[in-house]
Design a protein around this ligand. Sequence first.
Ligand code: NCD
Ligand code: ZN
Length: 349
Amino acid sequence: MIQRLTLRQPDDWHLHLRDGAMLRAVLPETARHFGRAIIMPNLVPPVVTTGDAAAYRDRILAARPDGSTFTPLMTLYLTEDTDPADVRAGAESGLITAVKLYPAGATTNSASGVRDFDKVTAVLETMAEIGLPLCVHGEVTDPAVDIFDREAVFIDTVLDPLRRRIPGLRVVMEHITTADGIAYVQAQPNGQMGGTITTHHLIIDRNHILVGGIKPHYYCLPVAKRATHRDALIAAAISGDPHFFLGTDSAPHTDANKESACGCAGCFTATNTLSCLAEVFDRHGALDRLEGFASRHGPAFYGLPVNAGTVTLEKGDPVAYPPRIDSGDGPVTVFDPGFPLRWRVIDPA
Ligand code: NCD
Ligand code: ZN
């Protein structure tokens, strides 16, 4: 018997599209299957004003394949100079869907992020007033804190105090990698707090990066933790809990920049994400909950309608995805889940 699965068209609530040649190369990989995506603003220089976001949105729309109706949902990169009036105007015009907080120095292109949280209080209060979500990269940058502990320490020392100081601020804890992150988000009121989980963090743990030789294409931030944490992420994703939704954090870097003495952080999963997710949910007997995770919980949090279209997957012989795509700037390796992908998207192909 042929096994098929039809879902409302999914969205990606955390995506890096970059700019220029890389944008043109990676956008079709997401637009093939996804209706919308929250577009990360960590360009060089970052997307900090509503004007920057409008221009970036136009470049994304111009890079869409012919006939694509993919909708980019734009974000602003929060800096200590962000103007609350600009954020309000951007949100009210419908252009801005969220604001992104990077602690300064936490990850790729985060040098202009926030150091002194007092300097962004007025912006956060405006966001709480108008219901605009704050998407948070949840890691402390204190060099004294071990990289594997940075997420858990962030929750206690930054995220929870911040939420107490600005009640009403709606927050998404992005790319959760720990059982601590899952437990924290789960305990907050639904609608006030959400959490995204990436495709790769449902599959790899830290051993994938380090055992049998260093594997730069599994290095991302927040770095994958031990397998017990990965299992907590899977449990949350397949639970049907509406706090949790897909944010792939697909983050393309050229192979030259990944396979280097100081390699960039980021896994490129746009190409095979739906096959990977179907495989994970299938292995856990939870295919009936994939639609909630990939297509329903995100729109509910953001107050947007579910997509009108659908995607259909079919289970059969393993799908051969290209090992890398050409970006114009050089090849970009596609995430290798390390197991066969038997679910293929048949419609839209
Ligand atoms: C992202 C990137 O490359 O922009 N890298 C990553 O490892 N996820 C930045 C980020 O989301 O932290
Ligand atoms: Zn990211």
